[in-house]
Design a protein around this ligand. Sequence first.
Ligand SMILES: [Cu+2]
Length: 122
Amino acid sequence: MKHRLTLPLAALLASILASPALAHAFLDHATPGVGATVNSSPGELQLSFTQNLVPAFSGVTLKAASGGEIPVGKATLDAGSANTLHVKLGKALPPGTYFVSWHVVSVDTHPTSGTYKFTIAP
Ligand SMILES: [Cu+2]
């Protein structure tokens, strides 16, 4: 009896775990762009997601490829679209490669995270 229950239950769980991924908030596009090379330091980072976000639980960290973490402002939501985070940079970034690690909670309460890089040309 036990084994008869196990397999359908496993299949059910697998489908539940697999399908909501489509409804999570994933990074759709960013400014500077994912993997992009830009000619000058941006004044802020913009990250647009596939779903609206809960700003209190969403943010980014910025690191230079050459080393330390760079302090950034608190992430705020776009007034016009609740799927876009704005993160002000305190001061101009020198040329180099930077890693943006984002963590967000979407309005369906699911957390997601990821990392991308961009480069400021010398
Ligand atoms: Cu979700």
